[in-house]
Design a protein around this ligand. Structure first.
Ligand SMILES: [Zn+2]
Length: 242
């Protein structure tokens, strides 16, 4: 068997070093040039750009969403570019229950919903999930797309059930999803369809797993009885997927 000698290793390291240097020099020159409009850097790979919600998500998408979180107007622009009629509402509420950067959300890429005010960044994450996870899973597993997201809302000025700390719902930084209506009119609800292993149950699990990719917290009927009839997602500090 051939051993990798010290010479081969040092040559490999030198080649790798040069490739890395070339990439850094290219990025150092090309990126500022693209910001000056000399050429167009792909938005999906631009760490300072707003996320393109219709583009296939990549390693930068979550970072771009975090920038959009501190720039609600930019977040609304990203949603409007994706065809969602989103406009930032003035901050409102009182005490621990102020909604900052809220939009009235009535539809995502394809599915509609009962209009609900939620933080723009929650809306953008719901969009990414619906566009890139939920609809493909619905077509793959149920044979038809989702036409409506059924939900219990986003904003509610209250504490976490059974505790004294405020819920992420008190700033509309959370969303509760109770089920889906498919294009044929068939309804899939967490309450009726979570248990078992039929197509509807598998579809709901795919929906839950996808939410975990986009939200800091995702709680499903697997978590506790309080969540037997809905998925809770939020963008608080805590991280869990259950
Ligand atoms: Zn909730």
């Amino acid at each position: 068997m051939r051993q990798t000698g010290p010479l081969t290793r040092s040559v490999t390291l030198r080649v790798l070093g040069r490739v890395l240097l070339a990439v850094l020099v290219f990025a150092a020159l090309a990126y500022p040039a693209s910001r000056m409009g000399v050429f167009e850097w792909p938005r999906a790979y631009d760490p300072l750009a707003l996320p393109d919600l219709d583009a296939r998500p990549n390693f930068l998408t979550d970072w771009q969403l975090r920038l959009a979180e501190v720039d609600p107007e930019g977040c609304a622009v990203a949603l409007r570019r994706a065809g969602v009629d989103a406009h930032i509402r003035p901050d409102h509420g009182a005490g621990a229950c102020v909604i900052s950067g809220g939009v009235n959300l009535a539809r995502l890429s394809r599915a509609g919903m009962r209009p609900e005010e939620t933080r723009c960044v929650v809306a953008a994450r719901l969009y990414l999930w619906e566009r890139h996870v939920l609809q493909p899973a619905a077509i793959r597993i149920m044979g038809e797309p989702v036409s409506e997201i059924l939900h219990f809302g986003s904003y509610s000025c209250r504490t976490i059930r059974g505790r004294s700390s405020m819920s992420q719902h008190s700033t509309a930084n959370a969303f509760d999803i109770s089920g889906f209506r498919l294009a044929s009119g068939k309804t899939i609800s967490l309450k009726a369809d979570w248990a078992g292993n039929d197509a509807a149950a598998r579809f709901l699990r795919a929906a839950r797993d996808g939410l975990c990719d986009w939200f800091n917290v995702t709680l499903s009927p697997d978590y506790n009885a309080d969540h037997a009839d809905h998925f809770h997602v939020d963008m608080g500090w805590y991280r869990t997927c259950r």
